[in-house]
Design a protein around this ligand. Structure first.
Ligand SMILES: [Zn+2]
Length: 362
């Protein structure tokens, strides 16, 4: 397989739709899971006439008759030359992490029966901590708060489409449970601790709904007035650590979007913006976006701020030092970025777009 084909092959279409905020519905057809998109990128029709196979990304528009592959569809959506499309796919894969190819049906929307692979709670009952976590500045209290576990060598088992059993080995990974707002366990991630070059940094269990519709750690922020939105799990842990050291920030709920993007547009509200709306109904008033200190992250943050503001929440954007994420910045820098965050409105967004405080990545 060519490198390009492999790139597209690894890309999960449902994740892509979530990440891009492209309106779609998931349907279960005779040939497996399908994605029904609202808009056809070829003819521009917006009446839900486009269907794609969720596994392969192949599909067609029933209005203009265009048939397409995953790459053709994404390229048409992005528009322009292939260079930017390929860069886009690389960015998506970076956010997506590695996940197994979609050979299995999504189990259920709210699987109450998720069995996290056999693993040790962190800290262990006799107070042992994984050195990897200690080196990352994660205290036993933080590990316990986030429910971190260490998998020595165990498998995640699932049933594939063909009825056969499938398995993924989560050996030598920190397991990070992911919950929905009501505290239901909906997914988990496995972070590699060996640093081996042949190892995927993050492993996602097959057969569970994608993380792109959830907000990490938001179940701990229900009924709080202020939230801070980081990109990933370890950013949230770093923010929580920095905020815990300041009594003035203990009422701010740290959560993450799993990437520089917020999903929205699901008709049933089953996406990240829908979850912010639920949090608002439970008392949330203000969200501070704290994504990486770099040019593209700020551009994405502005787009996301606009969506969150659109549901009536106050939004602020925090600027971290250039080139740093909350996990790389010092606790002081994280707190300073939060205190110095600027209220977002259309004018602030335009000003940042015209004069981005970060330089292009070199
Ligand atoms: Zn069409």
């Amino acid at each position: 397989m060519s490198e390009l084909a492999e790139l597209f092959d690894s890309l999960d279409m449902e994740f892509w739709f979530d990440r891009e905020g492209v309106q779609h519905k998931i349907t279960h057809g005779s040939s497996g899971m399908q994605i029904n998109a609202k808009e056809c990128p070829f003819c521009g029709d917006r009446r839900w006439r486009v269907y794609l196979n969720a596994e392969t990304g192949a599909g067609n528009c029933f209005l203009c008759g265009e048939k397409f592959s995953k790459s053709k569809f994404i390229h048409q959506h992005i528009g322009g030359a292939w260079g930017p499309t390929i860069q886009h796919v690389k960015d998506v894969l970076h956010d997506q992490g590695w996940r197994p190819k979609r050979k299995n049906k999504v189990a259920t929307e709210n699987p109450n029966d998720i069995q996290i692979p056999e693993s040790l709670p962190m800290p262990t009952k006799d107070g042992q901590m994984l050195i990897y976590l200690v080196e990352r500045g994660i205290t036993p209290e933080l590990a316990e708060y986030f429910g971190l576990r260490f998998c020595i060598d165990a498998w995640w088992n699932y049933v594939r489409d063909d009825g056969e059993k499938g398995g993924q080995n989560f050996a030598n990974r920190v397991l990070i449970p992911i919950h929905d707002l009501d505290g239901t366990l909906v997914n988990f991630q496995g972070r590699d601790v060996t640093g081996g070059e042949d190892r995927r940094k993050y492993l996602f269990p097959a057969g569970l709904p994608g993380t792109g519709r959830f907000l990490y750690n938001a179940h701990n922020g229900v009924r709080m007035k202020r939230a801070v939105l980081g990109e990933g799990v370890f950013d949230v842990i770093a923010i929580k650590k920095a905020f815990d050291e300041d009594v003035g920030l203990r009422d701010v709920a740290p959560m993450a979007s799993f990437g520089k993007h917020l999903s929205y547009g699901a008709l049933d509200g089953n996406d990240q913006l829908g979850r912010f709306l639920k949090l608002k109904e439970m008392g949330l008033e203000e969200v501070t976006i704290m994504w990486d200190g770099e040019k593209n992250a700020l551009v994405s943050a502005i787009a996301t701020a606009d969506k969150i503001r659109g549901i009536g929440l106050k939004v602020r954007i925090a600027l971290l030092p250039a080139g740093k994420d909350p996990n790389e910045a010092s606790a002081e820098e994280v707190r300073a970025a939060f205190y110095g965050a600027r209220l977002y409105d259309k004018m602030a967004g335009v000003a940042w777009l015209l004069r981005n405080p970060y330089k292009l990545p070199s």
